[in-house]
Write a protein that binds this ligand. Structure first.
Ligand SMILES: [Zn+2]
Length: 304
């Protein structure tokens, strides 16, 4: 299961209601952040989540997506529980992290592994037993990455099928789960007859982006899509500002086929103005969309 919490849902300016961008993900006992804006670690505390982060994935080096890194690194350095932190980001990330480590006077107890990623095509950048994280370059005013977490498919035993044949459980089940046929009491059991494939869930995180349909293959068929929609349809300069407006974001979301969509990175101009939400509802009907969607608030949770 992938469990997520929106740590910050604003764009360039943090507001009274919304903090700088960050999404906290818990998967298979590991904690990761996608982006790390200013104030992220305090938001993590407020959300009641563990501050022991294992990996941070930065989309790009604009301050709203990365100003919280120094603070998190300082805290993790003082905590005994964390010994290692992975940091991924676009080209220049290794140097950026070196600069942070040179500038501040941290206790150096933390083993930081940083990696600069250039991914003209989808690239697997991180792998664990049960999931992978991949990245792809996306179009913004600076080098920027979109990320995707994908759980691996798992082959499970069909207990009903075993029972039908009167087969009792045993060590051979692990072989069937590995996709291997086995001999049971002199009879060949084909793994295909006694197992089924449970598809892993997937989540894509796409921000910041100027409208460009090249991102569609990367987000195609994900279960959940988190995508920026900084501006409303009325804002004429979203392309010039290298951002999406809500119409563009809905169009990409629809093309992805995602079942659930979260629109984030909301401009401060909509802090006390529901025009963005209203125009999203109108466009959603007009464009005949079927996915579930919302504009999450900070601390909202989701799971898949
Ligand atoms: Zn941004």
């Amino acid at each position: 299961m992938i469990e997520g919490t929106f740590i910050g849902t604003s764009s360039a300016f943090p507001t009274v209601k919304r903090n700088h961008p960050a999404v906290y993900i818990m998967i298979n006992g590991e904690r990761m952040l996608f982006d790390c804006g200013e104030g992220t670690q305090r938001q993590i505390r407020k959300a009641g989540l563990s501050p022991s982060i294992d990996s941070i994935f930065i989309t790009h080096w604009h301050g709203d997506h990365s100003l919280g890194l120094g603070g998190i690194i300082q805290s993790l350095n003082m905590m005994k529980s964390n010994k290692r932190l992975n940091i991924f980001g676009p080209s220049g990330t290794e140097q950026g992290i070196k600069n942070i480590l040179m500038t501040y006077r941290f206790y150096n107890q933390l083993d930081i592994k940083s990696k600069s990623i250039n991914a003209p095509k989808e690239k697997k950048i991180f792998e664990r037993d049960k999931y992978t994280v991949s990245a792809i370059n996306i179009e913004h005013s600076v080098k920027c990455l979109a990320y995707k977490i994908k759980e691996k498919d798992v082959r499970n035993i069909s207990v009903e099928k075993l029972a039908e044949k009167g087969i009792k459980s045993g060590k051979f089940l692990s072989k069937l789960k590995e996709g291997k046929d086995v001999i049971y009491n002199g009879i060949k059991l084909k793994y295909k007859d006694f197992t089924y494939l449970k598809k892993g869930k997937s989540l894509a995180y796409v921000t910041d982006l100027r409208y460009n349909r090249n991102v569609i293959p990367f987000i195609k068929s994900v279960d959940t899509l988190i995508i920026e929609s900084t501006f409303g349809e009325e804002f004429q300069k979203s392309y010039e500002f290298f951002h999406l407006n809500i119409k563009e974001a809905i169009s990409l979301a629809k093309s992805s086929g995602a079942k659930e969509v979260f629109f984030v990175h909301t401009s401060q101009r909509y802090e006390n103005d529901d025009s963005l939400v209203k125009s999203a509802a109108a466009l959603y009907s007009k464009m005949k969309c079927t996915f579930k969607y919302s504009f999450p608030d900070d601390f909202d949770k989701f799971s898949l």
